[in-house]
Write a protein that binds this ligand. Structure first.
Ligand code: ZN
Length: 611
């Protein structure tokens, strides 16, 4: 076997200082001077992150003799002309504990290749090798550290340090690596080995996790017609404290972050909200194995990760995946219909709470993800709509529409399966108009009006009517009812029409909603509320203070803005009905009940057992 012409070495060289040492050796550098680069973004997370900002130093050498290296751009380097093998060595600071970054401390190491491995310009299509090494002895005692990654071994023992390999640069950076002490659960889904890796403290019920993950992964496999073309899959799940949540998909693995309380323990009953949320995340990332990692927009497939790669189709990849993540849970029996409709109602509520849904359409939301959704500011609720949540609702509406118009002969499931066969199996990138055309072709329906309204329009989707035909009621309420202050529990609470956050106990306006009472009175994001009608207001008592007044009443609100005390006359408004409740309609007819049963039943199109 010939040695790959590009080889990397990565060492968690100084865990206490959060420093990796990374070397890249090129056997045959460009004789005119070899160029290198680091990606500015990581696939799956549509924001320019400029990973090069964490490179502290870079040096180059040939056989120990220094070679000149200079930066040619924010994330690019060039070496002086030389004969190989040329080695570039970097010191990389890693203290971003997220699924997108790199993190190293004395408890563990985690990295994504996008943050540590240089692209060798002109040789990035070649196979390469990586030596993953243990921290040096002088850095401390890390004898019990192990390695977890979906990267193929090139000699390293399973779970061990040593040599790994990748087909090319894109493959190299698609295998996040966890190093440290962790729980490892190995199981198998339809013959594909799956590994669950859990760093961090936890008391999870591992048997249950293996059982439930098998259920959901097998469901998705059958959905797409059988096991995916992979021989392994790894879930790297970083277990952290309260509020931890996130995931990033890869072709052979995914990185997840969850809260300790999301995992089931021996004391967990049949199901709870937190565990359902975790299973939804697992389901989401696994569905991406097909939808976005292999069924891909052409522009993402071509991207060299050196600049934004905008596409109008992110809603297809994230929205449809969001639709199928929880749907997979109910169809595979992990959650019941009631819980599923509760989750779907929450997704709808998030959309109804964004006034930006009437400003930005799904296509624009997708295209501008880089500068809007990923750079959300205080005006986000008024300006943008999420291609995740609204995309999931569009997928739901499309699915129900196809079922209705074809007399249940076809569904979105069929569209996804053809998408997989035509674009995933063949690795043919999707052009911007392809999804819409394929949906029409597969279903035999004219769907232009649907796409005009749902994807290119900003009116609300006709969800209530769509859900009615599957025997589900759709109700919009004002959400939480007022408590105390002598008012009946059912009374709508007078509203400022703002989103409030707590800062040192004070009520601070996070968002002032477009056209609402607070905006009309001149209140602005960042204002710290002090008093209403001369009575002190805190984050804790704001609701009760408002409930003491009436809708339509004008109150005097005092607030600090930039340390200046200001006064506003606010005419309190009725709360907006933006909380969506979905429930099985007890009065639905038999046809609707049957349509619901077909919608929520395990997808039949895959033909049961895979071929
Ligand atoms: Zn996703």
């Amino acid at each position: 076997m010939t040695e790959p012409a590009v080889q990397y070495r990565i060492i968690p060289s100084d865990p206490a200082a959060h420093l990796f040492t990374v070397a890249c050796t090129v056997t045959n550098p460009n004789p005119d001077g070899q160029h290198f680069s680091l990606p500015v973004w990581i696939p799956g997370s549509y924001l320019v992150r400029d990973f090069s900002r964490h490179v502290l130093q870079a040096s180059a050498s040939v056989s120990g003799a220094a070679v000149g290296i200079r930066k040619t751009g924010k994330s690019t380097w060039a070496c002086d002309p030389c004969e190989g093998p040329l080695t570039v060595t970097m010191e990389v600071y890693a203290y971003d504990l997220s699924v997108r970054g790199c993190h190293l401390d004395t408890t563990h190491a985690y990295f994504n290749g996008t943050g540590v491995f240089l692209r060798v310009e002109g040789q990035d299509a070649e196979p390469c090798r990586v030596m993953i090494e243990a921290p040096p002895a002088e850095a401390g005692d890390f004898d019990n550290w192990q390695v977890a990654t979906s990267m193929r071994t090139a000699g390293a023992a399973y779970g061990g340090f040593g040599a790994y390999q990748a087909d090319d640069y894109d493959d190299l950076i698609d295998h996040p690596v966890e190093i440290g002490v962790f729980t490892r659960v190995i199981f198998s889904c339809l013959g594909v080995p799956l590994v669950l890796v859990l760093p961090g403290h936890h008391r999870a019920d591992l048997d249950r996790l293996a059982r439930d993950l098998t259920t959901i992964c097998e469901y998705h496999m059958r959905f797409f017609g059988g096991p995916p073309p992979i021989d392994r899959y790894v879930f790297l799940v970083m277990v952290v404290g309260e509020g931890g949540y996130g995931g990033l998909e890869h072709r052979y693995s995914s990185s997840l972050m969850c809260s300790r309380d999301d995992l089931p323990t021996a004391a967990t009953g049949s199901m709870n909200d937190a565990y359902a949320r975790f299973l939804g995340l697992v389901s989401h990332e696994y569905f991406h194995l097909w939808n976005v990692k292999r069924i891909r927009p052409a522009i993402l497939q071509r991207s060299r990760l050196d600049a934004e790669a905008p596409t109008t189709l992110l809603w297809v990849f994230e929205g449809i995946t969001c639709y199928y993540d929880d749907l997979g849970l109910v169809r595979s029996g992990l959650i019941d219909t009631r819980r599923y409709l509760g989750l779907l109602g929450k997704t709808a509520t998030r959309v109804y709470k964004s006034r930006g849904r009437h400003v930005q359409n799904l296509s624009q939301s997708s295209f501008d993800a880089w500068i809007k959704l990923y750079k959300a500011d205080e005006n986000a609720p008024n300006a943008i709509v999420s291609y995740y949540t609204k995309g999931a609702l569009a997928a739901l509406a499309l699915d129900l529409l196809i079922r209705e118009r074809t007399g249940a002969a076809k569904s979105l499931d069929d569209v996804m399966r053809v998408l997989w066969q035509r674009h995933g199996v063949t690795d043919t990138g999707i052009l911007e108009a392809d999804f819409e055309a394929l949906a029409a072709e597969v279903t035999g329906l004219d769907l232009k009006d649907f796409f005009d309204a749902a994807v290119r329009g900003t009116d609300d989707l006709p969800l209530a009517q769509a859900l009615q035909q599957v025997g589900v009621t759709h109700t919009l309420t004002e959400g939480r009812k007022a408590k105390g202050a002598g008012q009946a529990q059912t009374a709508p609470r007078p509203s400022l029409d703002v989103v409030v956050k707590a800062r040192n106990g004070a009520a601070v306006l996070a968002n002032v909603l477009r056209g609402g009472a607070a905006e009309r009175a001149g209140l602005a994001p960042g204002d710290e509320l002090v008093a209403i009608d001369s009575l002190r207001v805190t984050h804790a008592n704001l609701s009760a203070r408002l409930a003491a007044s009436a809708i339509g009443e004008t109150v005097t609100v005092e607030a600090f803005r930039r340390d200046e005390l200001m006064e506003f006359a606010v005419e309190l408004q009725a709360p907006v009905k933006d909380t969506c409740k979905l429930a099985v309609d007890d009065e639905a007819d038999a046809a609707a009940d049957a349509a619901r049963a077909a919608w929520l039943a395990p997808s039949q199109g895959a033909g049961g057992e895979p071929a």
